[in-house]
Design a protein around this ligand. Structure first.
Ligand code: FAD
Ligand code: NAI
Length: 475
């Protein structure tokens, strides 16, 4: 087996494995090193996303939504369910199977594309513009060399000081995806993406969920009107979200966790929970890379410092994904990975940060791309807004899910679409149309004049675009 490569990628998450495949497609002799282990100690490429992130969370969101529908939704459709039961072990087993299918899929893709895979931890030994020596510490230790190195080592859950994750009572995303018995009372610290998604899963399965959020506003980065609607809908479902909270001492007992906190009015409380999820953001993972040994620069927040092209301070060393600045999203990591491989090949890889979509997979889903109304106001941009509620959409009525709306923001003069925000059914799929439109710098009128299938949820997108010009047809 060759030990000298054109490109070595450290990290096999969505940033790393996709970069490796693209580099191999471009004709480079490529290797990817990833240390993630499955329960048998074998390789489990795919990173956070595949093992304890996007994939398992969406599997559990889907299963728990089916359960919720069977419990509360089917009756409206005239379907009577008797003797409904929850087999949590099976649900978690299915989730594990979905994860394994994705791990195996990546190993297959490596073979297909002739990417050499090393299972172990990669670290820099030495190097310069002529090449780098990388040590792989795994089942067998070896040293490989590469002309170009792409670092894609991802991120880890941030802990609260004094409340380290034990994954039994105090859970990060890893433990939150593997609770073996539905907790009666579940505490969640942080009403961000993970808090809302995992809070939704366990609420649907029967837990009483209390979410404690430090900020006074709900989903501050989301368009205010959409965030307000989402808060109303999620609260109605039974997710108790407390804003403006200050967390005090957290104590893990034998079978429960107590959390002292003051609420927005300054009143003191103690919450007793069977399990506590802490989801207050993630930190870049550079441990064990020997960044300092080769002089690889980190920024003041511990991310690998890169320029707009993902170049680090070292020649021919690149970094992508969660370990560098920008949103911590799998598709952002993938886009950066592809762009870097293309830049190594002398091509003009490009990532458009203005059109990276966000999705929160609650029910209803929350999705957006581009600027929020509050951002446009702060930037002094003159804009027009158009909204359309799913309540007035025939397909949403037939589905039995009429919550939420689509909202367009367009430039007041040119009508160029500046942002699209959705809270509602299948928002994750609907947002793609907006991404395409914004990539092509479309106007809201462009969308308004395009024929959309009837009956479909996407008609709400067209109607919101029409509403920008105050000429929605069905509302
Ligand atoms: P990672 O996926 O973290 O992969 C890094 C890999 O590198 C890991 O396998 C790690 O073991 C390995 N590694 C680290 N150091 C070394 C080393 N020295 N040697 C060898 N290997 C090493 N994003 C979305 O876009 N959509 C979602 O729905 C979504 N859901 C999420 C749900 C949860 C619960 C969480 C936690 C995250 C979610 N994310 C989601 C975020 C997404 O998982 C990350 O943005 C994405 O995984 C980042 O990809 P990455 O390749 O940069 O890093
Ligand atoms: P987050 O940044 O989304 O949310 C963290 C929340 O915790 C914020 O609202 C913050 O104000 C709050 N917080 C911070 N410190 C606190 C404290 N001491 N007390 C109380 N609240 C506190 O981070 P989260 O949910 O951990 O997710 C990490 C990242 O993973 C996300 O930002 C996202 O990039 C990615 N992710 C993406 C998903 C998706 O695309 N659907 C799903 C899950 C995660």
């Amino acid at each position: 087996m060759s030990k000298n490569f054109d490109v070595v990628v450290i990290g096999g998450g969505p940033g790393g494995y996709v970069a490796a495949i693209r580099a191999a497609q471009l004709g480079f002799n490529t290797a990817c090193i990833d240390e993630w282990k499955n329960e048998k100690g074998g390789p489990a490429p795919g990173g956070t996303c595949t093992n304890v992130g996007c994939i398992p969370s969406k599997a559990l969101l889907q299963s728990s939504e089916h359960y919720e529908h069977a419990n509360h939704g089917f009756a409206e459709h005239g379907i009577e369910v008797k003797g409904l039961g929850l087999n949590l072990e099976k649900m978690l087993g299915r989730k594990n199977t979905v994860v394994k299918q994705n791990n195996d899929g990546i190993l297959y893709l490596f073979k297909k594309n002739k990417v050499t895979f090393f299972h172990g931890r990669g670290s820099f030994v030495k190097g310069d513009a002529n090449g780098y020596e990388i040590k792989v510490a795994g089942a067998a230790e070896e040293t490989i060399t590469a002309k170009h190195v792409i670092v894609a080592t991802g991120s880890n859950a941030r802990a609260l000081p004094g409340a380290e994750f034990d994954e039994k009572l105090i859970l990060s995303n890893t433990g939150a995806l593997a609770i073996s018995e539905v907790p009666k009372k579940l505490g969640v610290i942080g009403a961000g993406v993970i808090g809302l998604e995992m809070g939704s899963v366990w609420r649907r399965l029967g837990a009483e969920v209390t979410v404690l959020e430090a900020l006074p506003t709900f989903l501050g980065a989301v368009d205010e009107q959409i965030a307000k609607e989402a808060q109303k809908l999620l609260t109605k479902q039974g997710l108790a979200v407390n804003l403006g909270v200050k967390i005090g001492t957290i104590k893990a007992g034998k079978n429960s966790v107590s959390v002292e906190y003051t609420d927005a009015k300054g009143e003191a409380h103690t919450g007793e929970f069977d399990k506590l999820i802490i989801s207050i953001g993630r930190t870049p993972n550079t441990i064990g890379l020997n960044a300092e040994g080769v002089g690889l620069k980190l920024d003041e927040r511990g991310f690998i410092a890169v320029d707009g092209d993902c170049k680090t301070n070292l020649p021919n060393v690149w970094a992508v994904g969660d370990v560098v600045r920008g949103p911590m999203l799998a598709h952002k990591a993938e886009e950066e990975g592809v762009a870097v491989a293309e830049r190594i090949a002398g091509q003009h890889g490009h990532v458009n940060f203005n059109t990276i979509p966000w999705v929160i997979y609650t029910s209803p889903e929350i999705a957006w791309v581009g600027k929020t109304e509050q951002q446009l106001k702060a930037e002094g941009v003159q804009y027009k807004a158009g909204t359309f509620p799913f309540l007035a959409n025939g397909r949403a009525r037939a589905l039995g899910d009429t919550s939420g709306m689509v909202k367009f923001l367009a430039d007041a003069k040119t009508d160029e679409i500046l942002g699209v925000h959705i809270v509602g059914p299948m928002a994750s799929e609907l947002i793609s149309e907006a991404v395409v439109a914004m990539e092509f710098r479309a106007s809201s009128e462009d969308i308004a004049r395009i024929c959309h299938a009837h009956p479909s949820l996407s008609e709400a997108t067209k109607e919101a675009a029409l509403a920008v010009d105050k000429r929605a047809l069905n509302f």
